[in-house]
Each structure stands twice: as C-alpha cells, then as structure tokens.
Design a protein around this ligand. Structure first.
Ligand code: 6GU
Length: 253
C-alpha cells in the first residue's frame, strides 16, 4: 500500500512516519509513504499555493491548481484502472474509526490532502476528494497530524505490518471493549502492588479478571461502547452486577 500525502510540510510527514511499527513496515516494503509538496506544483514565481478569499474575511485559502496538479502527478504515475480514494482531512468530515481504518487498508493507494490556513478552494475538493474525514471534535492547525493518525491506524490493518504477537491488541476496539490494565516488575512500586491474581499462575482466573477489568473500564469511561460489545452470558451477568452496585450507591446518596 502506498500512502500519498499532499501537503505544504512534507518533512513533517516523513519524520512522523519513520519510527516504531510504521517505520519498520516501510523498511520491510509493506507500506510506503510518498509526501508530495503542493508548493512544487505552483506556477507563480514566488511558489504561492494560496490566495485571498472571495467575499473577504480573515486568512488565506489554498488554491485549486497546485493541489490538482500534485494530485494528477500521482494519478498519472500510478496508472490505475480506477480513481484512487482521496481523503480530505477536515473537522467538517465524518469521524474516523476502526471500521474505516479496516476498509481503507484494502486500497492499493490512499491519497491524503492536508489543508492549512482557512481552508481549501471548494472546487478542487469537489473534483478530487472521495472522503472528508475528521479525527475528532477539536480543531488542529492543519491536516498533517490527522493524516498521520489515520495512516498509523490504517497501516496496522495491512497484512504483515503487525507481528502475530502485536496483532492481539487490535482486538480491543473490535470487540468494542477497552483494554485491561497491564503490569510489569517490580511487584511493588511506591507501595502499589500488582494485583494478586496476576501472580497466581492460574490462567483461567487471570483471563476472567482481565475480561472483567475491560468491562469495568468500558462502563466507567465509554459506556456507549457497551451497546455494540460482544458479551457472553457470563460477561452480561458481571455487567448487571456492576450496574446493580452503582444503583445501590446512587440510592445511598
Ligand atoms: Cl482531520 N483536520 C483539522 N485541521 N483539524 C481537525 C481534524 C482534521 N480533525 C479534527 N480536527
């Protein structure tokens, strides 16, 4: 899979994608990152890629032509049968999630368009963008960090990027439950003990405890996820117990 990123800050993308699991996947040739500088496609002598907004107002708007030319250079080079998926990073988009990451991981090419300033001329968006995506309800200064968040999550879903050992941790969100807490040595740190059950060597008990911790955390922090969670009869009983407990506490207040 090739990630193409149309940006005014290509170094930011190259650096951000060069570490850890994503860096390793690039070295292994499973994914590659092609950061394209939109400014290189500007035709004016000062290499401007933006201009004043029609109708007035603050800030600058990124122009159509350099973005389109950068996009077209990728499309020509890749000689695809169909048009590639093009994501425009914007708080005015659909909110990104694990399911979208999985579906995008099946593409051969993904193009990300990173905006800056007050935005991008709507006409080039209409012409090339297939998906408008936000990574959450807050405003970033540009699309680069959001594109890197998406590429990380997507790359993890590409076969061969994670080792067998690493792929366990993708299951957490897929089952709609948060992860259980982890501990390593020492057994006591600043007076805080590792939960006894984890030292017991009793695998079935450990698994049951971890499952319950996942359910408890999800209930406390992200209760809305539980609606979509795959819960066994035993899980449901535990959850009912937790809910009954919190009822009791509320009544005592
Ligand atoms: Cl995708 N882009 C920008 N600029 N800000 C954001 C965002 C994206 N998602 C949340 N805030």
């Amino acid at each position: 899979m090739i990630f193409h990123v149309l940006t005014l800050f290509p170094e930011m993308i190259a650096e951000g994608m060069s570490h850890s699991i994503i860096g390793r996947a690039q070295d292994a040739g499973i994914i590659s990152v092609n950061a394209v500088n939109i400014r290189d496609f500007s035709e004016d002598k000062h290499k401007h890629a933006d201009d004043y907004p029609y109708g007035g107002g603050a800030g600058m708007v990124m122009s159509c032509e350099p973005i389109y030319k950068a996009y077209d250079s990728i499309v020509r080079e890749r000689r695809r049968r169909s048009r590639p998926r093009v994501v425009y990073l914007t708080p005015q988009g659909q909110v990104f999630n694990q399911e979208m990451a999985k579906s995008m991981a099946e593409e051969e090419d993904m193009i990300f368009l990173c905006g800056h300033y007050e935005g991008v001329d709507e006409r080039v968006l209409e012409a090339i963008v297939t998906d408008r995506v936000s990574i959450g309800d807050y405003v970033l200064s540009g699309g680069e960090l959001a594109a890197m968040v998406m590429m990380d999550a997507i790359a993890r879903m590409v076969p061969g990027v994670l080792t067998n050992e690493e792929s366990g941790s993708t299951e957490s969100f897929e089952g709609n439950l948060l992860e259980y807490p982890q501990y390593t040595r020492p057994e006591v740190w600043q007076g805080r003990k590792v939960p006894e059950v984890l030292l017991s060597g009793h695998h079935a008990k450990i698994e049951e405890w971890r499952r319950q911790q996942s359910i408890l955390r999800t209930l406390l922090v992200r209760p809305e996820l539980l609606d979509g969670a795959e819960l066994s009869k035993k899980d449901q009983k535990y959850l009912e117990g937790l809910r009954a407990q919190s009822e009791c506490k509320n009544n005592a207040k």
